[in-house]
Ligand binder design. Structure first.
Ligand code: FAD
Length: 366
């Protein structure tokens, strides 16, 4: 018989897990407190792992996450969710150094055979790069990764939740606190008590706060990111994402919106303010790479707390000695890419379709 499951947290990690469980017919209740600073609501949404300098298991997860989007879109379409702000508009890695671009191209080329989702690698001179992303500085040349994509984190999480609801899940807007367990796990919420066979803690940067009453910790800390949304007058639908080597990134959404950022502030704790220094850093970086944005209108600056891992990998799996208590957190700067595929793997593990441990990674005591 399928277990009953409570998922704490409805960011990309929790919503992906809940959707994957609900699709399998598992009774799921998702509880989310809509905390200020939730990362999924602020994330940029660049899906382009293939030029990353990261290697090993992290790269495999990262590339696996990007490749999984095709399947995810199909699964969401099956439940009537058609728009998560996802578009494969390509990705430009930009630099004024041809040698630096050569190095990136060699790294990505070596991965191409195992990564069909990457598409083609095409060198673009400064003129061609500006045709693709008009505000770019005229001295920057580029490597175009044709399979690079972007996704709207808010639309993604909302789409996954809508999919879960259509497969019978329930969503509660409330703060959850673990009271006791296992057998069953008892949870207190402002909307009343809940109990289930399994709890998935997908509480992002707040994960250790949720685990606190159990006397357990995992290696996840908040890292603040400030990211600014600009309005331009151009049609931005086909603009690629822009990844400068060693600088902040830029990406566009369909509504003439260009998003620039982001700061990476470890040690800021749970402080979700937009700061003067953060705002200056983001705008200076953006205008250095894309001076053509100087006249854009500032719409808003979002602040997200990345659930930063203290090791290379996120923490995903069942905690030892706490039967039925799973963690799905610690995606750092890569959760919009990895979250959906990892949520799918974790759901398969919870229902016994995959061996314990197959969801992976970095779980203390496993
Ligand atoms: C500025 C910025 C840019 C980014 N850019 C990218 C990018 O380009 N590509 C990419 O792949 N990734 C990117 N990321 C990373 C990505 O956004 C995160 O890794 C991912 O969103 C983390 O998702 P999560 O579900 O683990 O956490 P969150 O989205 O923070 O969700 C955690 C949820 O738990 C809830 N919660 C916490 N405690 C409780 C409780 N006690 N009870 C109930 N609910 C609770 C919160 O309300 C929240 O909704 C970026 C992040 C930031 C901040």
């Amino acid at each position: 018989m399928s277990p009953t499951v409570i998922v704490i947290g409805a960011g990309v990690a929790g919503a992906s897990t809940a959707f994957a469980l609900a699709r399998r017919g598992v009774p799921v209740t998702i509880v989310d407190a809509a905390l200020p600073g939730r990362a999924t609501a602020a994330g940029a949404g660049i899906i382009q792992p293939w030029t990353s300098s990261a290697g090993g298991e992290f790269y495999r997860l990262y590339a696996g996450g990007a490749a999984y989007y095709g399947e995810l879109l199909g699964r969401l379409a099956e439940v009537g969710v058609d728009d998560i702000g996802y578009r494969r508009a390509g990705s430009l890695v930009v630099s004024d150094s041809a040698a630096a671009l050569d190095e990136v191209e060699a790294r990505a080329s070596a991965r191409a055979a195992d990564a069909p989702a990457m598409g083609e690698l095409i060198r673009a001179g400064a003129g061609r790069a500006r045709e693709l992303f008009p505000p770019l500085a005229p001295h920057l040349a580029a490597l175009l990764v044709s399979g690079g994509a972007r996704v709207d984190g808010r639309a993604l999480a909302a789409g996954l939740l809508a999919g879960a609801l259509r497969r019978g899940a329930e969503v509660l807007a409330a703060t959850a606190r673990i009271v006791s367990g296992p057998g069953p796990w008892r949870i207190e919420t402002d909307a009343g008590p809940l109990s289930a066979d399994v709890v998935v803690v997908a509480a992002g940067a707040w994960t250790n706060g949720v685990l606190g009453p159990l006397g357990r910790r995992v290696g996840v800390e908040p890292q603040r990111g400030q990211i600014t949304h600009l309005r331009v007058t151009a049609d931005t639908r086909q603009w690629p994402t822009v990844l400068p080597l060693g600088g902040h990134y830029l990406l566009a959404f369909d509504d003439s919106r260009v998003v620039v950022g982001a700061t990476r502030e470890s040690g800021a704790g749970f402080d979700v303010r937009v700061t003067a220094a953060g705002q200056r850093e983001v705008l200076e970086n953006a205008l250095r790479v894309a001076p053509g944005l100087a006249d854009a209108t500032i719409i808003e600056t979002r602040v997200g707390l990345r659930p930063y891992p203290d090791a290379e990998l996120p923490t995903v799996g069942e905690l030892s000695g706490l039967g039925g208590l799973y963690v799905n957190a610690g995606f750092g700067a890569a959760g919009l890419t990895m979250g959906p595929s990892v949520g799918e793997r974790l759901a398969a593990e919870i229902v016994g379709e995959r061996a314990p441990g197959a969801a992976l990674a970095n779980v203390p005591g496993r």
